[in-house]
Design a protein around this ligand. Structure first.
Ligand code: ATP
Ligand code: MG
Length: 286
């Protein structure tokens, strides 16, 4: 029987939509939705399992799944010996310590002898040990941010992205202990057939990510400024330059990292470029 990759995804949560979208952009089709626990792709040798995110590292370690997508925070907290094979760039968040707004925060030593509520006892414990702080860790599985107001703890350590949840619970963020994003994890010893499917998948993921970070640029340039402008738009190999119908002008086509584009746009315009178009790229194969 030929190999099928088993991939564990979060069933319903902050990782789910972006995970499903990633496979869609990689051209891998499968059904998901209410109540579905498993789904087989119709056009790639993969089977998807829909699980709670906390369970994914364990299933990948045990070999129930070959791959999984989880937050780095969960992968590190569970401490399972799985391999991180790629960072996915979505579900970015941080694990932070927060205290009631009125507290006069003077540094991490403030937590000596205090109670801290968290769902991340391992990450927090390691951080406190590194900082030489002795505090009591209260592990709770959800709604951590209400712990100070009900008298359960003097501080919390929880996932933050915008900080609005902390704010609405009268807390302020004082220390970031871990930065996280979604990652693709794998079982350490995959057989050669499965490894070659993982390589195929990774190739597609990298092409999708590269396309997202780059833009196709088209602009008109006076011929006397071509050297200067093309130097600012190196492209994948070099820019395409074709003459315009208007004498003395050319059209320049190139690919540029979006950040570089914004950094260079003033110089490109100052050199005389006009009619600049910035176009999204769907896939980018190096
Ligand atoms: P499950 O029911 O699957 O156990 P959960 O409630 O534990 O879900 P979610 O809140 O869906 O988990 O978060 C999943 C992951 O998404 C987190 O482990 C973290 O990596 C990331 N995450 C959490 N909160 C945010 C946020 N506000 N913004 C971006 N990413 C986040
Ligand atoms: Mg969870």
């Amino acid at each position: 029987m030929s190999s099928v990759l088993r991939i564990a995804l979060q069933k319903n949560g902050r990782l789910s939509e972006d995970s499903y979208q990633l496979f869609k952009e990689c051209g891998i089709r499968f059904d998901y939705g209410t109540g579905k626990l498993k789904s087989v792709s119709s056009n790639f040798p993969a089977e998807f399992l829909f699980l709670r995110d906390d369970d994914i590292p364990g299933y990948v370690e045990d070999g129930v799944a070959d791959l999984g997508i989880v937050g780095e925070n969960v992968a590190v907290e569970t401490g399972r010996p799985v391999t991180t094979i790629h960072k996915l760039g979505f579900s970015k968040c941080r694990l932070s310590i927060a205290v009631p707004r009125g507290v006069d925060w003077t540094g991490i030593q403030h937590l000596d002898g205090k109670n801290i509520a968290t769902s991340y006892p391992n990450l927090l414990g390691k951080y406190l040990a590194e900082q030489g702080v002795r505090a009591e860790i209260h592990e709770i599985s959800g709604s951590v941010e209400i712990a100070p107001s009900i008298g359960l703890a003097e501080a919390v350590c929880d996932i933050v992205s915008s900080g609005s949840t902390l704010l609405s619970n009268g807390l302020k963020e004082v220390e970031t202990i871990f930065r996280s994003e979604a990652i693709l994890i794998a079982r350490p010893q995959l057989d050669a057939d499965k490894q070659s499917l993982v390589d195929k998948l990774l190739f597609r993921i990298k092409s999708v990510q590269a396309a997202k970070n780059n833009k196709y640029i088209v602009l008109n340039a006076p011929n006397h400024a071509l050297d200067e402008i093309t130097a600012l738009l190196p492209g994948m190999k070099s820019p395409t330059v074709t003459p315009l119908a208007t004498e003395g002008w050319s059209s320049v086509h190139s690919v540029l990292n979006e950040n570089e584009f914004w950094e260079n746009i003033e110089a490109i315009r100052a050199a005389g470029a006009e009619g600049i178009l910035v176009i999204p790229i769907e896939k980018m194969i190096y």
